[in-house]
Design a protein around this ligand. Structure first.
Ligand SMILES: NC(=O)c1ccc[n+]([C@@H]2O[C@H](COP(=O)([O-])OP(=O)(O)OC[C@H]3O[C@@H](n4cnc5c(N)ncnc54)[C@H](OP(=O)(O)O)[C@@H]3O)[C@@H](O)[C@H]2O)c1
Length: 248
């Protein structure tokens, strides 16, 4: 049987890293992509994955990624996972620069990588694009509007892409997680404030990166006539953005 090959962005930590580990364990060849070279080298050491150091917001980096992927043979899957949130402010107080950077990363970066790898995915005859969006893209909450808006745009882009690619043999699937306790997501959102980051997950059992990687792997391994349009995955104690039941 032919070995399948996937590109995973945002692979140096959290959900992306767990997805690389999972896909490698299931026998995929994987190209792991992120900006931090040392973390990718460690991941390659542990899993045997291929790596490309790239910033998804850089056209030159993404072109180099596409050239690397083309040189390595066929490509069956792209997991667009690189992303993140910045800040926790009411719209009246937010810095517009944070909106721009979140849009650039979560939306334009995803478009850029998808565009660059689409020819290879289409050529494979059984390509998959998996978008790791967020429940934030489906359900707004106060203080997170820049991220909510960016992920809502990522959801809209995903739905549009699915329509555009129907009939080409390429599936477009969305995994929308709720609260996932990864080492860096909330730390990054709160500018390195460890206490605020830890408080996000206090009193509940949040998802972990491996739970989302499990969903990604499951979606990718359905028979290829099955398209998992959208999977919303949350911790049991989180029924919605405003419904989180914490142990006191
Ligand atoms: N954690 C949650 O609660 C949660 C919930 C719903 C959705 N999500 C989404 O799930 C995805 C992964 O989140 P996570 O929790 O695993 O966060 P994370 O641990 O902070 O991982 C983010 C990854 O993206 C990479 N990245 C950031 N900027 C990049 C850029 N410009 N170019 C290339 N790579 C870049 C980071 O690596 P480098 O810094 O090395 O580049 C890192 O590997 C994100 O799209 C996030 O929005 C997370």
């Amino acid at each position: 049987m032919t070995t399948l090959r996937a590109v995973v962005t945002g692979a140096s930590s959290g959900i992306g890293r767990a997805t690389v580990v999972r896909l490698r364990a299931e026998g995929w060849d994987v190209v792991a992509v992120a900006r931090r070279e040392a973390l990718l080298a460690e991941l390659a050491h542990v899993t045997g994955c291929d790596t490309v150091v790239a910033d998804v917001t850089s056209a030159a980096d993404v072109a180099a990624l596409a050239a690397h992927v083309e040189a390595g043979g066929a490509l069956q899957a792209l997991v667009n996972n690189a992303g993140g949130a910045v800040g926790w402010d009411l719209i009246g107080d937010t810095d517009p620069a944070d909106w721009t950077s979140q849009y650039e990363l979560n939306v334009v970066g995803t478009v850029r990588v998808t565009q660059a790898l689409l020819p290879a995915l289409t050529r494979s005859g059984r390509g998959d694009v998996v978008m790791v969006t967020s429940t934030a893209g489906h359900e707004p909450y106060e203080n997170g509007a820049g991220y909510v808006a960016a992920k809502a745009a990522a959801v809209a882009m995903t739905r549009t892409l699915r329509m555009e690619l129907t009939g080409t043999g390429v599936r477009v699937m969305e995994i929308a997680p709720g609260m996932v306790h990864t080492d860096e997501f909330s730390l990054h959102r709160f500018g390195g404030d460890t206490a605020r980051a830890a408080a996000v997950y206090q009193g509940i059992e949040p998802l972990v990166a491996e739970d989302v990687a499990d969903a990604v792997a499951w979606a990718l391994t359905r028979p290829h006539h099955v398209n998992i349009d959208t999977m919303v995955i949350r911790p049991r104690e989180q029924a919605g953005a405003h419904k989180v039941v914490r142990r006191t």
